[in-house]
Design a protein around this ligand. Structure first.
Ligand code: CDV
Length: 309
């Protein structure tokens, strides 16, 4: 048995006017709850330190940069790292990263139980658009504010297992999980900010969006025989509702725990990394069964090329 007691720290809304310190106070309170419940790893959402700012159109780069972290940990985030070290809890959370070279990424990190950063990931599948779109009820400007990640999908050996990360929209792409699956991943950690409504498909409501969240996470878990921990920001951020629905999916694809609210809420499960072994040795024994000679177009083309009429 290789148990990792995972706390999924869903966060309710963070309003535009809320400070980093307010968000971090809430994260520390979730860490304290996690300690009481015996957690050894706590996972927080995408862009956990601020509101989901890509919904706001900004032209002034200096204003944009106020949403980014230039160092990690920095003065605001140090107390979170200190508390995590005190509790001997590894943490993973998302934030907007501004590098010393002036590059902007939507990033997440993983620490060990001594609060040392041992893993980093920069979001690859950036949804949305880069210019103001008057047709939309709300903007989704990730392509304006972030570069696509430049690190691939790395995995990290820590806490007795193999851990990987992805961020929000990445979770809808089977390639995300498979690239980590091919590196033996045993637990995928991901945070998300998903609106409850789709302005381009008004008939799609929160139930549909929660269904697609479960479908993506459960399929990624089952098809790679890995734990998947998906943690949301939920509730109403300045009038923009988000789905919540944080969950942990087991390597057989089943949901073992799911959030009940759209607020700050800790979901907890003792995840045995040895549960990954059966699937990785049988139906998803990649070395024996994959037929890469037939998969070429997956990496050779992006769009769809239909057969001639
Ligand atoms: N933050 C995200 O990546 N959100 C997307 C929305 C735009 C659909 C998601 O896939 O949930």
């Amino acid at each position: 048995m290789r148990n990792v007691v995972v706390g999924g720290a869903q966060m309710g809304p963070i309003q535009k006017a809320d400070s980093r310190s307010q968000a971090i106070e809430r994260m520390i309170s979730l860490l304290d709850q996690a300690k009481l419940q015996g957690c050894t790893l706590v996972v927080f959402p995408e862009l956990a330190l601020t509101t989901f700012f890509p919904r706001w159109y900004m032209e002034d780069q200096a204003e944009v940069d106020t949403w980014f972290e230039r160092e990690m940990p920095g003065p605001d985030t140090q107390p979170l790292f200190d508390r995590a070290r005190e509790h001997a809890i590894a943490i993973s959370f998302g934030y907007a990263e501004l590098t010393p070279e002036g590059l902007h990424y939507n990033t997440s990190i993983l620490t060990d139980r001594e609060a040392n950063i041992v893993g980093k990931y920069r979001k690859i599948h950036l949804p949305g658009h880069s210019e103001f779109d008057p047709e939309r009820d709300f903007q989704h400007l990730e392509k304006r504010y972030f570069l696509p990640g430049d690190m691939g999908f790395p995995v990290t050996r820590t806490m007795g297992g193999i851990f990987g990360m992805c961020i929000c929209n990445d979770r809808r792409w089977p390639e995300t999980y498979r690239v980590m699956g091919l590196q033996g991943v045993e637990m995928v950690l991901l945070g998300y900010n998903t609106p409850s409504v789709n302005s381009q498909r008004p008939a799609e409501g929160p139930a549909d969006r929660l269904f697609h969240n479960r479908l993506s996470l459960q399929a990624g878990a089952y098809q790679n025989s890995t734990w998947v921990v998906g943690i949301a920001k939920g509730g109403d951020e300045d009038g923009f509702p988000m789905i919540g629905g944080s969950l942990i999916a087991a390597p057989d694809g089943k949901i073992v725990v799911e959030a009940k609210t759209e607020d700050d809420e800790l979901i907890v499960h003792a995840c045995d990394l040895d549960d990954c072994t059966f699937g990785k040795k049988t139906i998803f024994d990649f070395a024996r069964h994959r037929r890469i000679e037939h998969y070429g177009i997956i990496t050779e083309q992006t769009g769809v090329i239909e057969p001639a009429e």
